[in-house]
Design a protein around this ligand. Structure first.
Ligand code: LRH
Ligand code: MN
Ligand code: MN
Length: 424
């Protein structure tokens, strides 16, 4: 299924008048907006292949209709999102949930949809059919060398597949840890993990990055071998210049100050990228910006400040990825909402009066500092995000157009109602 550019044009025409009014008002509030709009046009967020089907929970799964049945159909779905918002120009694959067979054909298909391959993700948190050893007691940390070797070989194979697709980064997330005190010798688990990571790192091409994602708990509930940013940092620091920490917003202990973590990792040149999502309790994987939009804004505030201070390119120097999945929404609509939530937070952070903030901070003027940030957060910047879409040929209201065109209905007709995407 493809969305005709005429359909986007006529949708935009219907909305243009009210959009332009909002834009004029936003510009009158913010002042200089051209720079912000250009940065929004350049910004792209990778879509995780595993989010295109309805996510399950351990209590059940309720597949929606027309879910993608293959990697090709996942690419088509991301292509639809990118056509609607021109901000989802990449897909992140999870192997072996996604098994590329004909690499050239997959690359061609992605190129037809203007998509790049973002980080490839390895999976040593599940056993696969026909696998010699089980990951029940961990993968890279395992006390059994044969298990570690198998997990290392899998990661190296994922790198090879990524090379064949034109990806340039590997994300490693380990479920490794323990459920009970005494189960694990922490020091040996760390050593084994480090040695295993070193072998994987050695297989990285020179232009590649390795992202090491941390998570405080789940599926192990007593200890996690890469539990927090400090532990990830300790590994990536030892590994070398191509290894970075990946921040998944849902992987922290409650009330962690994620924006401060982000600022510190950036300063240490070890921030690799993000898995955006939102949560109330744990790794809830809810829509980005759905629950704590102020936190998301504060994270972007640190990113903009820190990246500008380092002369970094906002669009290219970090890995921007979503990692969300749900039981109750159409995944495509949900992903459009996540991208919008991220872009809004980014636009708000770009609109912060940095000079005034610096002066207020240097004068220890706490009230003014807070006013500056809250003023930016409370300014409605949605017209800037919409304008970025308009200028790049995408839809002013992506969710609205998705519904008007009955995209889901079309996918169900094409693929059938009872389809189940591979993934979580
Ligand atoms: C683990 C995680 C990690 C996995 C994905 C499916 O909770 O965030 O990024 O690869 O979920
Ligand atoms: Mn994640
Ligand atoms: Mn997660």
């Amino acid at each position: 299924m493809l969305i005709d550019s005429n359909k986007i044009a006529s949708h935009n025409e219907d909305l243009i008048k009210s959009h332009k009014n909002k834009l004029v008002f936003t510009a009158s509030e913010i002042g200089e907006t051209e720079n912000i709009i250009q940065k929004l046009i350049d910004f792209q967020i990778a879509i995780p292949s595993w989010a295109l089907g309805t996510g399950g929970t351990r209590f059940g799964r309720f597949p929606g209709g027309g879910e993608p049945r293959s990697l090709e159909e996942k690419i088509e779905d991301v292509g639809l999102l990118h056509t609607l918002n021109n901000a989802s120009g990449a897909i992140s694959l999870h192997i072996p949930w996604d098994i590329p067979t004909d690499y050239q054909a997959i690359k061609n298909l992605a190129a037809q949809h203007n998509l790049k391959f973002d980080a490839v993700n390895s999976n040593t948190f599940q056993d696969q059919a026909g696998q010699a050893h089980s990951y029940k007691f961990g993968s890279l940390q395992n006390v059994n060398k044969a298990v570690r070797k198998q997990a290392i070989a899998h990661n190296i194979e994922v790198i090879q597949q990524g090379i064949a697709l034109g990806s340039e980064s590997l994300t490693v997330w380990l479920a490794d840890g323990s459920c009970f005190p005494g189960q694990l010798n922490f020091r040996k688990a760390y050593q084994n993990t480090l040695e295993s990571l070193e072998e994987i790192y050695a297989a990285l091409p020179s232009n590649w990055k390795m992202y090491l994602e941390y998570k405080c708990a789940e599926p192990n509930f007593y200890s996690t071998t890469v539990a927090d940013w400090g532990q990830s940092y300790s590994y990536v620091k030892k590994l070398g210049g191509k290894a970075f920490t990946l921040v998944d917003l849902g992987h922290h202990l409650p009330n962690a100050n994620i924006e401060q973590i982000v600022s510190l990792l950036l300063m240490e040149e070890k921030l690799g990228g993000f898995h955006f999502n939102d949560s109330k309790y744990g790794d809830d994987d809810l829509t980005a910006g759905a629950l704590k939009p102020y936190q998301l804004f504060l994270i972007f505030n640190e990113l903009v400040e820190g990246m500008d201070a380092r002369g970094m390119n906002h669009a290219k120097d970090l890995g921007w990825m979503i990692d969300a999945s749900h039981n109750v929404k159409d995944p495509m609509e949900d992903l459009l909402q996540s991208v919008e939530g991220i872009m809004v937070a980014y636009a708000q952070a770009l609109s912060v009066d940095r000079k005034a903030l610096e002066i207020a901070q240097n004068e220890n003027d706490v009230v003014t500092s807070q006013e500056i940030l809250q003023n930016a957060f409370r300014t409605d910047v949605r017209a800037l995000v919409a304008e970025a879409r308009l200028r790049s040929g995408a839809a002013l209201n992506p969710v609205g157009l998705y519904r008007d065109l009955a995209v889901r209905k079309g996918l169900i007709t094409e693929r059938g109602f009872k389809t189940v995407a591979t993934g979580l």
